[in-house]
Design a protein around this ligand. Structure first.
Ligand code: ZN
Length: 149
């Protein structure tokens, strides 16, 4: 594994480079975005709090609803294309469409949501969002920007 590169900065502490594409890819593979070796999930859709290999804090993730929206966009477009192609080529009844596309959409959503959530966590980590920049966001008051009273 290549060593992380230091980027030059002025007026602050130097920050280790976090390539967005690599981080998203590692997250989608269910691996820690920092080292690419530790597991990102301890159970289905349940991220670990800390990487078991490199010790990177991963509890800062706030994927929230974004993975679900992305699954709807991706799976919806793919299955809608399949539905339209099937309808144009074979002219099947609506019941056949329902029997094909309803279970297929459920299975596709279940298969894609965890990799997409991992990718979102990788993106947040690479962009240093939600405390991934080293600050402890849990102790900062978001309304005032200062520490919690
Ligand atoms: Zn790690």
């Amino acid at each position: 594994m290549a060593e992380p590169q230091q980027t030059a900065s002025f007026g602050g502490t130097p920050k280790v480079d976090r390539p967005i594409g690599r981080s998203i890819k590692r997250g989608m593979l269910g691996r820690c975005p920092q080292c690419g070796e530790g597991k990102l999930f301890r159970a289905f859709l349940k991220p670990v709090d800390r990487c078991a290999v490199c010790g990177e804090d991963l509890h800062h993730q706030r994927a929230d609803d974004l993975p679900a929206y992305l699954v709807i966009v991706v799976v919806g477009h793919v299955l809608m294309t399949g539905y339209l192609v099937t309808e144009v080529m074979y002219r099947v009844s609506p019941w056949v469409h329902l029997a094909i596309w309803a279970p297929l959409s459920v299975v596709a959503a279940i298969l894609t949501i965890q990799p997409i959530k991992g990718g979102v966590i990788g993106l947040q980590w690479a962009c240093r969002m939600h405390g991934f920049d080293g600050s402890d966001e849990d102790t900062v008051d978001p309304g005032r920007g200062g520490p919690l009273a």
